[in-house]
Design a protein around this ligand. Sequence first.
Ligand code: ASP
Length: 331
Amino acid sequence: MDRMERRKFLWGSLIGSGALLANSLVNQGWAQSARKKKLPPFLTGLVISTWNAGLTANEHAWKSLLEGGKALDMVEKGVNAIEADFTNRYVGLGGLPDREGHTTLDACIMDSNGMAGSVMCVEQVKYPSSLARLVMEKTPHVQLVGEGAQQFAVEQGIQLDNYVSDEAQKMYEEWLQKSEYKPIINAENHDTIGLLAIDRQGDLAGVCTTSGMAYKMRGRVGDSPIIGAGLYVDNEIGAATATGLGEAVVRTCGSFLVVELMRQGMDPQRACESAVERIRSKHTNVKDFQVGFLAVNKAGEIGAFSVQPGFTYALHKNGINQIFNAPSMFK
Ligand code: ASP
C-alpha cells in the first residue's frame, strides 16, 4: 500500500466505524425508548393467548392473578386448563397422535428473569407446561426431550398418565386408511396454545404448549417448545408467541424476531406484521400454510397477525375477556 492508498484506507475505516457507531447509538436510543415503556397505572395485568381455547385459558390465568399469582403462575395455570381438557385435539393428552399412534407433547415456558424451560416429544405427561417449568426451576438445563423428560417427570413425583382419547384414536384410524403424509398446517388443523401475561407488578411471562402437528413423523418437534421460535419473553421489552406451521417459525426464529423488532422501536402490531412478511419472503409455498403471531409490549399494547385469515386470539384486558380475529396477510 502506498501512502495515498493507506490514507484512503484509514479514512474508509474511520467513516465505516463512525457509521457503525451512529447506527448503534440509534439502535440504543430505540432500545431505550422501548425499555421506557411501562404498564399504564390503570392496567392491572393482561393476558393474551392463541385461538378460541384462549378464552378459557385467560380466565384461569386471571384467577391466578387474583389469587396473588405472578406472571409465571398466570401463564402456567392458564394453559394447564387446556392441557387438562381431553376434548382438545391439539393440546395435551387428548391431542392427535403422530403417524405411529403415539401422542407426543411439546411445551416451553419463560419467566420475567429471562429463564426458560422446555420439554419436547414427551409422552404420558398431563401438564407438559408444568414439566417445562420444573426443567427451568430444578435443573441447570433449558431443554429435556423424550424418555429423559419423562424420567425427570417421574423423579419429580409426577404420575404418568396413559390416557388415550377414543375420538383421537378414531380419527387416527381413519387417517391410517390412506396414511397420507401432509405435513402442512392450514387454517383447519391447529390449536396450539401460546399465552402471554403481565402481572400486577408489570412483569411478563409466557408459555406455549401443543401436541404438535397431527400424524407427524415420530420424533418431529415443531416451534412450540423452542425458545425464540414458539415463544420469547424479554421483560424489558415484551413477549411474543407463535402458532401454525412450526417449521416456518423455526426457520425464521419467529418469536425472537418479533421481540427484537419491538426492541428496535416497532409497536407489537407492526412487529407481528414484519415477522409474517419475513416468513413470506423466505417461503415459496406461503399460500399453503398458516402461521400466526401474538405479541405484547411492556406498556400492554398488543399485536396479532397471521398469514391466512381465520387466526383468532383471546385478550383479557381491563377486566374484559374476549375473542378477536387477527388481521392477516392474505384476505
Ligand atoms: N406450531 C405447532 C407445531 O408446528 C402447531 C400449531 O400451532 O398448530 O407443532
